[in-house]
Write a protein that binds this ligand. Structure first.
Ligand code: PLP
Length: 425
């Protein structure tokens, strides 16, 4: 019989740690998911989970969205991929252009990490300066250039294998406009990166007015401002955080939802910067001025699913449902904390829910303070929830989808309460 444990044994023999992503590693072993639908999923042993991980926040429409699957299946019968231009990529780019206020032009990529790599290359090329300012704790993928600073409060080497010379080009700022303004005095900084939600999809929210403030600073100091909307794009509103707040970056990085939850990504932004990717407009001896390739960029299979998703995401109803379910979850969890007299907080913007175990407020706390959580409690909570059939994504953060119902959310809250009861006994 296939069990999670037997699969883990096999996996460890052929994959480092048995996993394809370091955050999927669990002891004694992960659960191997066989099937997912809406806000639920089932592992190979038939165990069911209420899902708040949702494809690492990519499945805003719920798991296995029928319209996306139908579009992908239809395209599969025509061709999954040939490496040529095709009409679907145009329709997909037109959707992004319509929905994202700053999207004059769009270029598709292979993932969120590739999107931030490309956006940074464009920022450097356009500004002519190599240093990048990024905000403490914000995550922009796993590549060398933006890994330093992803761990809040930590300025050291982010990983073995990242050259010091590359890390030295990254300047880390706290999410304070005064601090950013001081650091931007460095002339060698040409590009600014901000996760539009604040760090870790909003577990460390941006101070009020931060996006407008950093927009103004970028304009005054002549830097390329990049919003990383890999999480917030199409989630915070059909046009992402930039549409909701009315603050426009120069470039935007997208992935996860922009692809309808399929592999891939995109960047979009101001024509005069994006045109550096145009092979028909050579500059400085380079054609195109900024090089970008990628075998599977805008693969037709993904484009078909993405277009189906864009249609569903364009009205705002999906976001309203997901937001309402997250608010219900946060309220329910806060009631559990109160009734059990635990000094903790569930909070979050849009369709997210984050937990803080250091008190009933996160006001004025730094990224490092918010994210420093008592390990025994959160480990116990995560494992207890998983054992009882709730996947809360990470130890302290999760998302909802439009497929969540009040009944499923209430069931999850009940399980949360039972798990807490065990932990505080
Ligand atoms: N940017 C943000 C804000 C993310 O949350 C992520 C992934 O979680 C990325 C970039 C990287 O995307 P990917 O995992 O597709 O490479």
């Amino acid at each position: 019989m296939i069990t999670n444990a037997s699969l883990a044994d096999r996996a460890r023999r052929v994959m480092p740690g048995g996993v394809s992503h370091e955050l999927r590693y669990r002891t004694p072993h992960p659960s191997y998911i066989a099937r997912a639908l809406g806000a639920e999923k089932w592992d190979v042993e038939g165990k069911r989970y209420i899902d708040f991980k949702l494809g690492a926040a990519s499945q805003l429409l719920g798991n296995s969205c029928p319209q996306v699957i139908e579009a992908v299946a239809g395209q599969l019968t025509r061709t999954p991929y040939t490496g040529d231009c095709h009409a679907l990529e145009i329709e997909w780019a037109e959707w992004i252009h319509r929905l994202m206020p700053s999207a004059d032009l769009v270029r598709f990529t292979g993932s969120g990490t590739e999107s931030t790599m490309l956006a940074l290359r464009l920022g450097r090329a356009y500004s002519g300066r190599d240093k990048v300012l990024r905000i403490d704790g914000h995550f922009h993928g796993w590549h060398d250039m933006l890994l330093k600073g992803a761990k809040p409060g930590f300025e050291g080497a982010p990983s073995l294998g990242v050259p010091q010379a590359i890390a030295d080009l990254t300047v880390i700022a706290p999410s304070s406009l005064n601090a950013v303004a001081d650091l931007l005095a460095d002339d060698q900084i040409g590009t600014i990166f901000v996760e539009a939600s604040g760090a870790n999809y909003g577990s460390v929210p941006l101070p009020d007015g931060f996006l407008q403030g950093i927009r103004d600073l970028a304009t005054q100091t002549d830097k390329v401002l990049i919003f990383d909307e890999v999480i917030t794009g199409f989630r915070w509103s059909p046009g992402g955080r930039q549409a909701r707040d009315g603050v426009l970056p120069d470039l935007t990085t997208l992935a996860k939802i922009v692809t309808g939850g399929l592999p891939g990504g995109a960047i979009c932004g101001k024509a005069e910067i994006m045109e550096l990717l145009d092979p028909g407009k050579p500059r400085g001896g380079f054609a195109p001025p900024v090089s970008h390739k990628g075998t599977f960029n805008a693969a037709p299979l993904v484009a078909a699913g993405a277009i189906a998703a864009m249609e569903l995401l364009s009205t705002g109803e999906v976001q309203a449902q997901a937001d309402a379910m997250a608010a219900r979850l946060r309220d329910g969890i806060n009631r559990c904390f109160e009734s059990r007299q635990i000094s903790a907080l569930a909070y979050g913007d849009s369709s997210t829910c984050h937990l803080y175990f250091g008190g009933r407020s996160i006001d004025g706390l730094s990224a490092a303070e918010i994210r420093t959580v008592p390990a025994p409690l959160v480990n116990g909570l995560r494992n207890g929830l998983l054992e009882r059939g709730v996947d809360f994504m990470s130890f302290t953060s999760c998302v909802t989808s439009s497929a969540h119902t009040p009944e499923l959310v209430d069931e999850a809250i009940e399980i949360f309460d039972e798990t807490l009861a065990d932990l505080v006994m």
